[in-house]
Design a protein around this ligand. Structure first.
Ligand code: ADP
Ligand code: F6P
Length: 323
């Protein structure tokens, strides 16, 4: 092995830079040249590669985002697009690729691996919807940002005796919403995995009012059947009696842009070091992730064939705590 490359793909996540840094520095330690690919699969298809050294990843471990840039690249979903990427990898004499990204990115990496290219993945997405890693890079920081917002909203909600629908990210996955709901002491959560009807949510808000609470916080995942705006519209249209006056806050991309906390810096570093170790061993077509507290790998066939499930007991717990 002489030369490897690394890219970040999909939604950026705090801790991706720690992972890039660790790929570059452990790669150099293994005796390889390390190239960075700009803007995920777009850069792979277009041949945007640059050589990286220990100094080019200096001072980035504490930075959010990704110094390589990230992208959604529809072209890579086509076989033609992936063939172009393969041509660029061969033209730059790259012998293995590290893909730092979430569900979609790892599905793309698995397709590239099926076409015969040696790939290793690093589990990174704030959504935490990737099979093969119980926690992915970025989740912890994003969760803490959501929590800070919820704590602040509670203050103003209590002053005015209001209910807030707080929408957090999570395309098809309610992990962030559920955990933010439990850790933020929310009165209710609304997530795609366990459907709650708008009528039931209205009842839960009204119950909080009748119990004499000063506020009610409902954490809504963006991927839930009804998002926060739709729920507010429904309550208004149906004259649902909530007790509280209602406000809506959508946190959106604010959650992705944070400075990574200790957990994400360490996870990013350890998963990336695991990825270069696999390259050294010639163990390709695997995802580096964390399972039962251990840094480990899962074959891509297993990663793409399985959906990460959310523990129903946590949903029940969120409801029991909202008294
Ligand atoms: P994330 O990795 O954060 O889940 P996306 O789902 O947007 O983000 O995926 C990132 C990129 O991965 C896509 O823009 C596309 O280039 C690639 N990708 C996603 N799904 C596939 C697929 N089924 N086949 C090939 N490439 C894919
Ligand atoms: O995949 C992570 C994520 O932040 C999702 O939670 C969200 O739905 C999506 O990315 C937003 O994508 P974009 O950055 O392209 O708007």
């Amino acid at each position: 092995m002489k030369r490897i490359a690394v890219l970040t793909s999909g939604g950026d996540a705090p801790g991706m830079n720690a992972a890039i840094r660790a790929v570059v520095r452990t790669g150099i330690e293994h005796g390889w040249e390390v190239y960075g690919v700009e803007h995920g699969y777009s850069g792979l298809v277009d041949g945007d590669f640059r050589e990286m050294g220990p100094r080019s990843v200096g001072g980035i471990i504490q930075q959010g985002g990704t110094i390589l840039g990230s992208a959604r690249c529809p072209e890579f979903k086509t076989e033609d697009g992936r063939r172009k990427a393969l041509r660029e990898l061969n033209r730059h004499e790259i012998e293995a690729l590290v893909v730092i990204g979430g569900n979609g990115s790892q599905t793309g990496a698995s397709e590239l691996h099926k076409m015969g290219f040696p790939v290793v993945g690093v589990a990174s997405t704030i959504d935490n919807d990737l099979y093969g890693s119980q926690i992915t890079i970025g989740v912890d920081t994003a969760l803490n940002i959501a929590l800070e917002a919820i704590d602040r909203l509670k203050v103003t909600a209590s002053s005015h005796g209001r209910a807030f629908l707080v929408e957090v990210m999570g395309r098809n996955c309610g992990y962030l919403a559920l955990m933010a709901g439990i850790a933020g002491g929310a009165e209710a959560v609304c997530i795609p995995e366990f459907e709650t009807s708008p009528e039931l949510l209205a009842d839960q808000i009204q119950l909080a009012y009748e119990r004499g609470k000063a506020h009610a916080i409902v954490v809504v995942a963006e991927g839930a059947k009804y998002n926060a705006e739709e729920l507010a519209h429904y309550f208004e249209e149906n004259n649902e009696r909530l007790g509280f006056a209602l406000r809506v806050t959508t946190l959106g991309h604010v959650q992705r842009g944070g400075m990574p906390g200790a957990f994400d810096r360490l996870l990013g570093t350890r998963l990336a070091a695991m990825a270069t170790e696999q390259i050294a061993k010639g163990n390709f077509g695997v995802l580096a992730g964390q399972l039962k507290g251990e840094i480990t790998t899962t074959p891509y066939e297993e990663v793409v064939a399985n959906k990460k499930e959310l523990d129903p007991q946590l949903f029940d717990l969120a409801q029991s705590l909202a008294r």
